[in-house]
Design a binder for this molecule. Sequence first.
Ligand code: 13P
Length: 279
Amino acid sequence: MSYVTTREMLKKALEQHYAIGAFNAENMEMVQAIIEAAEAKRAPVMIQTTPGTLKYADPMIFAGMVSRLAEKATVPVALHLDHGNSYELAEYCVKQGYTSVMIDGSLLPFEENIALSRRVVEMAGDIPVEAELGTVGGKEDTHSAGIAYTDPDQAETFVRETGITSFAPAIGTAHGVYKAEPRLDLDRLSEIAGRVRIPLVLHGTSGVPDDTVRECIRRGICKVNYATDLRITFSNAVKAALAAQPEAFDPKKYLKPAREAVVRRVCELIDVCGSAGKA
Ligand code: 13P
């Protein structure tokens, strides 16, 4: 019985200075792998899906899979809408049983971002809401942006006026594959953490060196998002399995090693987050 909202797990992470690993899943195998890794590490975990993923498979499919597996799991598991791109999608995910949502109004003017985020908070009730101000760079689904660092003054106003549960500041990371090592503005992160005092979220983490992620957690990050890394891990394992057995025609034969590869990788990333043993 451990299908939970993110409220308690993020609060505990904030108090105890570690981060919840938030892992993007694209299919059943990745959902299974993330929960298996969380159980192996005794870690609370978040599974998240982007709007692009939800175009591929309806939120009810992920809510069904994750809620049923989570009820059997012995660690807290939450299901989160990542980069929700409309009020309607956020509302639909809440109705389908998601236990956390993000509304991403980061491309809107400041006041409109506040108004949209606040509306989603009001709609969501007990379901925690994450929102972003400034822009994380790179491309996630159709959402594409350069990096626009979050202004700490605006961050304080934004968090106060929206009533959100967690906040994603832009500090120099980008979604997707980095062409050069990202340069993060860690002092800005510390300043924002000192001002807003709610759990902070690191987006665009694939490709950020582990020590830098740990430093971000030390400075107030409580949720760390990994998407590209797991997509690559899964796909490389499928390619390797098919290369080794080109005559394979049963999906189970080449998806099983991919699922196992994701379990191993999520275990490593949970260690980076410092959430092992925190269930
Ligand atoms: P990466 O694809 O860089 O891991 O970013 C994930 C993310 O921030 C999802 O919101």
